[in-house]
Structure formats: structure tokens, C-alpha cells
Design a protein around this ligand. Structure first.
Ligand SMILES: [Zn+2]
Length: 97
């Protein structure tokens, strides 16, 4: 793979053949995270994104994530998809949640 192709990659690699629409596991420098993409269509509820501290309005596609370790499913958070991708770019001193 050329360096240019590598730089264009925006999402972490995922296991080949992983079905769409199901939970996936992403590996990040701070551990493994389960990520579920939500269409938002089934809920009008709003959430506050921990990345930008802005509201995710009801009906908008977004992701819900939680740590892939014991007890991690108690730590589910709803994020804007883009904010989740940029999560570790925000620098030290911020909560990872
Ligand atoms: Zn956000």
C-alpha cells in the first residue's frame, strides 16, 4: 500500500467480512471499544455528545460506544460519528468518555 493510500484511510481497520449494522470492535491506543452505528430513526431522544459537548438531535445518525472490557457496557456514550473519530485528537487532559 502506498503512503498516499494509507493517509486517505479514515477509519480504523475492521475484521474482514464483518456484517454491517452490528456492533464492531475498534482498537484504539486506549483499548478496545465496541461501536454501534445508529440510524437515529428509531428514537427521537436527544443525547449530549462528550466530544463536542453539543446535542445530538433526535433522528440523526450517530454512534454509541462503550469499552470492550468487563463492566464496559455500563459506560455507553452517544457520540457524533465524526467526534468519535476525532476523539483522541483532542489532546491530553480530557475524559476519554
Ligand atoms: Zn459531537
Amino acid at each position: 500500500m502506498s503512503p498516499r493510500r494509507a493517509r486517505r484511510r479514515e477509519t480504523p481497520p475492521r475484521p474482514a467480512g464483518f456484517p454491517r449494522g452490528m456492533d464492531r470492535v475498534e482498537e484504539w491506543p486506549d483499548g478496545e471499544w465496541k461501536v454501534r452505528a445508529l440510524t437515529g430513526a428509531s428514537s427521537a431522544k436527544s443525547y449530549r455528545c462528550p466530544g463536542c459537548d453539543q446535542e445530538i438531535s433526535g433522528g440523526k445518525p450517530h454512534v454509541v460506544t462503550w469499552p470492550n472490557w468487563p463492566g464496559g457496557d455500563e459506560e455507553r456514550r452517544h457520540w457524533h460519528t465524526a467526534c468519535w473519530r476525532k476523539r483522541l485528537d483532542r489532546g491530553p487532559g480530557r475524559s476519554r468518555y
